[in-house]
Write a protein that binds this ligand. Structure first.
Ligand code: HEC
Length: 81
């Protein structure tokens, strides 16, 4: 099944946004476009996503990870797939 960008956004906004927002002010998504952002490749994005996801303490199936990765890449990172 192809990754689902809408589901990725829902998952992201309900699980990931609050923590980033607490660090970067109310616009939590700014972390993805900050000038000194750390992610340089699609693989790097996947690795950071998994590190962050682990801090949530809930296991995520691989397809949810792919959905969120797709959402972040299409909206913020724009790496070649
Ligand atoms: C408990 C807090 C917390 C949660 C929850 C969290 N993150 Fe993060 N996230 C961080 C921190 C802290 C950093 C910055 C790490 C750094 O600068 O090395 C970060 C950075 C990132 C980055 C890299 C930003 C850049 O520099 O380009 C990505 C991508 C990311 N998070 C994705 C996610 C996703 C996806 C989720 C939800 C599954 C998530 N995060 C949940 C704390 C969190």
């Amino acid at each position: 099944m192809a990754a689902d960008i809408e589901r990725g956004k829902d998952l992201h906004d309900s699980n990931c946004l609050t923590c980033h927002a607490s660090m970067y002010g109310d616009k939590g998504n700014d972390i993805y476009t900050r000038p000194n952002r750390k992610i340089e490749t699609l693989t790097g994005l996947e690795m950071q996503l998994k590190r962050c996801k682990n801090s949530l303490g809930t296991p995520w199936p691989e397809d949810q990870i792919k959905d969120v990765q797709l959402y972040l890449n299409k909206n913020f990172y724009h790496f070649e797939e």
